[in-house]
Design a protein around this ligand. Structure first.
Ligand code: NAP
Length: 488
């Protein structure tokens, strides 16, 4: 990769707070460091938002809310549509920036930018389809009118693993619905979100509508917003423990809440499955985003008659993947986000191996600089291995066997999470039985990828509630007003 291009990109990247349509420094003057996880070197310093900055961002939202709610839906949609076009025009720069701050291979960053932009295209189209209902009272005496109105100023908190798409999945429907927002991006990856804000400004976003406040002190900065009755909604994507804390805070002013939380996806392979497809799709379900995805296949439950072959083929394919800095040619597996994450992955592997698992490939850190971990396949997993219960968030595939269909469903549901499951079978009746028996919000049926802006993404149990994308996505930012119409 051309380091002159990286330098020039970083020299021009926005590093301030974006409040009321203006770039500004932190109220305290402080900054924090953004690191390249492949080299452990500093990329840039970003303004470190304070509680007062967050309040100023909410003030800007409140100032812009009424006018934005009254802006014609088509105009609201056009801002998203123009940003969608700009994102695609600048996809190379956006992808490089994402790879620098987050680590994923450039091809995956490009895919995320394209995927993230699609939420803007989708919700540009949804902005003009917000409607209500008109009906006659059952006794004929009056009329029922229901209308949809924007919920008002929102707080959107996003994680580091998909620095753009986890934002556009919220910003798109919020803008389309007529809401204003404060975005708190992840401390580790704020550059993509700041650049997106700049593109939205260029696309004609009115001042104050979208405000971005990066900070190294997430709870201190967002805390005062939960205390402020002018905030009307929080939408959070991140870990389940933080989600629970935010739900408690949201109860103070009874905020509307959307929670996209952790996962522990089971990947079920039956003896009648197309094994080629099951292995191919497993690479996507496991290795997309270096395994750092809430929908990553976390545990493979494979019928005992095909488990050895599946595990051997998966190990062969994962072991052949090229690990390196995401900017380098042919790299398929970037670094993990930081040392904490890598240590957690290593601990989970060590725990499984200590309890009898066999390493078919990987099982170790790679290199002495950057947070690399080798693609790993483990077989012979014992029931008490921690990685069956915990989100691995790394390139590790534990393969476990089952005998009967009932046993497979029971094992799949044995988790407090319920985001997604993957099912591989060529028997239609079995597919329907298993899909209906799974306690999850989404299922990939003979497919290792479910993310799609046109579909309702979301989980059940401790994976959260609310839906992002699809037809339901905009409803999270609208409330229903019912009007009883008297005709007497
Ligand atoms: P995280 O630690 O929960 O952080 C997510 C966001 O919340 C970050 O912006 C973080 O800020 C902020 N935050 C942390 N503590 C906070 C607090 N007390 N008050 C307010 N904000 C707070 O999660 P992560 O490690 O970034 O992301 C990984 C997790 O996200 C995984 O569990 C993954 O499954 C989940 N995830 C879920 C989905 C989904 O759609 N269901 C999608 C992607 C990821 P800092 O960066 O400053 O800590």
């Amino acid at each position: 990769m051309d380091s002159a291009r990286e330098t020039s990109l970083l020299q021009n990247v926005p590093t301030g707070l974006f409040i009321g349509g203006q770039w500004r420094g932190s109220g305290s003057g402080a900054t924090f460091r953004i690191e390249d996880p492949a080299t452990e070197q500093s990329l840039v310093e970003v303004a470190d938002g304070t509680p007062d900055d967050a309040r100023a961002a909410l003030d800007a939202c409140v100032g812009a809310q009424e006018a934005w709610a009254a802006t014609p839906p088509r105009e609201r949609g056009e801002v998203l549509r123009r940003t969608y076009e700009l994102m695609n025009e600048r996809i190379d720069d956006l992808a490089l920036l994402m790879t620098l701050e987050m680590g994923k291979p450039l091809s995956e960053s490009r895919a995320e930018v394209a995927y993230g932009a699609e939420f803007f295209r989708w919700f540009a189209e949804e902005a003009v389809r917000i409607d209500g209902r008109w009906s006659v009272n059952p006794n004929g005496s009056g009329r029922v009118l229901t209308m949809k109105q924007p919920v008002g100023p929102c707080l959107l908190i996003t994680p580091w693993n998909f620095p753009i798409a986890m934002g556009t999945r919220k910003i798109g429907p919020a803008v389309a619905a007529g809401c204003t927002m404060v975005v708190k991006p992840a401390q580790l990856t704020p550059l993509s979100m700041l650049t997106l804000a700049d593109l939205m400004r260029e696309a004609g976003l009115p001042d104050g509508l979208l405000n971005v406040v990066p900070s190294s002190k997430a709870s201190a900065v967002t805390g005062p917003l939960f205390e402020d009755p002018r905030l009307r909604k929080v939408s959070f994507t991140g870990s389940t423990p933080v989600g629970k804390t935010l739900m408690e805070l949201a109860s103070k002013h009874v905020l509307r809440v959307s929670m996209e939380l952790g996962g522990n996806a089971p990947y079920l392979v039956f003896d009648d499955a197309d094994l080629d497809a099951a292995v191919e799709q497993a690479l996507i379900a496991k290795m997309r985003n270096i395994g750092e995805s809430c929908v990553a296949a976390n545990r493979f439950h494979v019928h005992e008659s095909v488990a050895d072959e599946f595990a051997a083929r998966l190990a062969q394919r994962m072991g052949a993947m090229k690990v390196g800095r995401g900017t380098d040619d042919g790299v398929q597996v970037g670094p993990l986000i930081d040392e904490d994450q890598r240590s957690k992955v290593a601990e989970l592997v060590d725990d499984a191996v200590g309890k009898g698992a066999k390493v078919l490939t990987g099982g170790e850190r790679v290199g002495d600089r950057g947070y690399f971990y080798a693609p790993t396949v483990l077989a012979g997993i014992s029931d008490d291995a921690a990685l069956l219960r915990e989100e691995i968030f790394g390139p590790v595939a534990p393969v476990k066997t089952f005998t009967t269909e009932q046993e497979a469903i029971k094992a799949a549901n044995d988790s407090e999470y319920g985001l997604v499951a993957y099912v591989f079978t060529s028997d239609l009746k079995r597919a329907i039985r298993v899909v209906e028996g799974l306690d999850v919000g989404m299922v990939g049926l003979n497919r290792g990828l479910v993310s799609n802006p046109a579909a309702e993404f979301g989980g059940v149990k401790e994976s959260g509630f609310g839906r992002e994308g699809g037809r339901d996505g905009i409803e999270e930012y609208l409330y229903t007003k019912y009007v009883a119409v008297d005709l007497s």
